[in-house]
Design a protein around this ligand. Structure first.
Ligand SMILES: Nc1ncnc2c1ncn2[C@@H]1O[C@H](COP(=O)(O)OP(=O)(O)O)[C@@H](O)[C@H]1O
Ligand SMILES: Nc1ccn([C@@H]2O[C@H](COP(=O)(O)OP(=O)(O)O)[C@@H](O)[C@H]2O)c(=O)n1
Length: 219
């Protein structure tokens, strides 16, 4: 079973993807880390005339074994990620790794922006996660504060809005809900309630297809 989880920044898609992966016993890939890793690799050259060429080379040579670098989780890395994400050849260079991950035997859960539209249009279940901008900003602020980062909420709000706008306008992107995506707004749901809602969507979608579900790890 392949589950695609897309949505804007800090909507909770990574948390839900990880929860669904645990629930169904599937491997999980946070595809945003690939773009963050490319952005991080060319950080020092952000204003250089050859920024684009460097980003393409970084994407083509990306070592996907080092996606657990904590520096990839910063707001700066997120912002750089959305700058390299508009470069078509960067997206093409990252495509095969994501596609192979999705198609591994037994299936997978992937989260990002274009999983249901570009990476895996044939996914069994597609979720498009959203939450209002203020809730998303507050979640990201608390996440950063829990890591000891001092947060300016006004600046963070605008940073997230700017990144979302760049992502939505990305001509090479695919960041929109697929026609067959299930929309899940988590503004008023805590993490547990959001995961219950996501599991109900996946169970319902698979039952309608008459497809058996992988073993759930519920008691
Ligand atoms: N439904 C929710 N209610 C409250 N906090 C949430 C919810 N979903 C996720 N979070 C928290 O918000 C932060 C951002 O979630 P994350 O899953 O990383 O978002 P995304 O992958 O969309 O950027 C994390 O600290 C996470 O624990
Ligand atoms: N499948 C994806 C995943 C991320 N991205 C880009 O990478 C950036 C960082 O993605 P992320 O998922 O780590 O960001 P958050 O939503 O966690 O803040 C996004 O703002 C997009 O520009 C993308 O273009 N396509």
């Amino acid at each position: 079973m392949i589950i695609a989880v897309d949505g804007p920044a800090a909507s909770g898609k990574g948390t839900l993807a990880a929860g669904l992966a645990r629930h169904y016993g599937l491997p999980c890939l946070d595809t945003g880390l690939l773009y963050r890793a490319v952005g991080h690799a060319v950080e020092a050259h952000e204003d250089a005339p050859d920024f684009e060429a460097r980003a393409i080379a970084a994407a083509q040579g990306l070592d996907t074994g080092h996606l657990d670098n904590p520096e990839l989780t910063t707001a700066r890395a997120g912002s750089l990620a959305s700058k390299v994400a508009v470069i078509g050849p960067v997206r093409r260079a990252l495509f095969a790794f994501q596609r192979d991950f999705a198609l591994q035997p037994g299936g997978a859960v992937l989260d990002g922006r274009d999983i249901g539209t570009v990476i895996c249009p044939e996914a069994d279940v597609k979720l498009f996660i959203d939450a209002d901008s203020k809730a998303r900003m507050e979640r990201r602020a608390r996440q950063l504060e829990a890591r000891g980062v001092k947060v300016d909420r006004y600046a963070l709000y605008h940073q997230i809005e700017e990144r979302d706008a760049r992502d939505r306008a990305n001509p090479n992107g695919g960041f929109y809900p697929a026609k067959d995506a299930h929309l899940l707004d988590t503004t008023l749901l805590d993490i547990e309630a959001a995961l219950r809602a996501a599991v109900a969507i996946v169970d319902g979608a698979m039952a309608r297809k008459g497809r058996p579900l992988p073993k759930a790890d519920r008691p």
